[in-house]
Design a protein around this ligand. Structure first.
Ligand code: G1P
Length: 291
């Protein structure tokens, strides 16, 4: 089994209900954060970590992501006199080798991951959720890969979450190994605050052993009648090592309008082309007396 992670899975198969009505016709992961769709950021993160083989799990009948990551001859022709834009557009389909698989039944996150089984084969892989965009000096996935390089096994990313919000997360029972690295003793999906084993909530970056596909196939159904990834990883723990890496960086939950807005503002304030004017605009809004 290679000890280098060569392949990544990106799950983008949800209904995007928190973004309705926009998601009636636009896939959530194609909504823009500044000038690029959300999914572009996680693809870029994987590519920055040396991963060139990317499987995107989509839901049936949505082709906009395939279109986005494929060459666009007509657009390229139209941009022939704008070399900078042309290069930008061409670079997208060259970022990686993309595979698209469909989740034809809405059976949840674990089932979506299982759809990538044939594309991944029998090797460890990275899993990225485009709902979680992490602004970090060292890309979030790279932080996990650094732990993987030392310890191997499967790795989940975690961050400290205020207890009043913990029930929205998978939560680990940790045993501290070193600064920001834990052995995972068990994990629970979306526990109530009084049952949560810690305040370390899982965020959407994983390195997983292919054994997880076999666990997902066992088809245990979780609280929501779905096949929860957290339960599948939990059953791995008795056989294989599972670790957690506490991420350094700011995580934005862009799976809802307010989260996307916060990420947009934070990214705009850092973008050298627009930050000056945008900062002035925000200042002027904030200095206006309230109606
Ligand atoms: C999923 C996972 C959960 C994790 C979360 C991070 O939940 O099931 O364990 O904490 O992503 O974003 P979802 O937010 O899709 O309900």
């Amino acid at each position: 089994m290679p000890n280098v992670i060569r392949k990544a899975v990106i799950t983008a198969a949800g209904m995007g209900t928190r973004f309705l009505p926009a998601t009636k016709s636009v896939q959530k992961e194609m909504l823009p954060l500044l000038d690029r769709p959300m999914i572009h950021y996680v693809v870029e993160e994987a590519v920055m970590c040396g991963i060139r083989d990317i499987t995107v799990v989509t839901n049936a009948g949505k082709n906009s992501m395939q279109d986005y990551f494929s060459p666009s001859p007509a657009l390229e022709k139209a941009l022939s006199k704008k070399p900078e834009l042309l290069e930008q557009v061409r670079a997208i389909s060259k970022m990686a080798e993309f595979h698209f698989v469909q989740q034809t039944e809405q059976l949840g996150f674990g089932h979506a991951v299982l759809m990538a089984k044939d594309s991944i084969g029998n090797e460890p892989f990275a899993l990225l959720l485009p709902d979680d965009i992490i602004d970090a000096e060292i890309p979030a996935l790279k932080q996990l890969l650094n732990v993987y390089g030392k310890l191997g096994g499967s790795i989940v990313a975690v961050q400290r979450v205020p207890m009043e919000r913990i029930s929205a997360y998978g939560v680990i029972k940790p045993k501290k190994l070193s600064d920001k690295t834990y052995r995972v003793m068990s994990m629970t999906e979306k526990p109530s605050a009084d049952k949560a084993p810690s305040d370390l909530g899982i965020v959407g970056r994983y390195i997983l052993s292919p054994e997880v596909f076999r666990k997902l196939q066992v088809k245990q159904t979780g609280a929501l009648g779905e096949i929860p990834l957290t339960d599948a990883i939990n059953t791995l723990i008795s056989q294989e090592s599972v670790y957690a890496c506490e991420l350094t960086g700011t995580r934005f939950d862009v799976g809802n309008p307010l989260g996307l807005l916060k990420a947009s503002v934070a990214f705009a304030l850092k973008d050298k082309n627009i930050s000056g004017e945008f900062r002035e605009y925000i200042k002027s809004l904030l200095s206006k007396p309230k109606d």
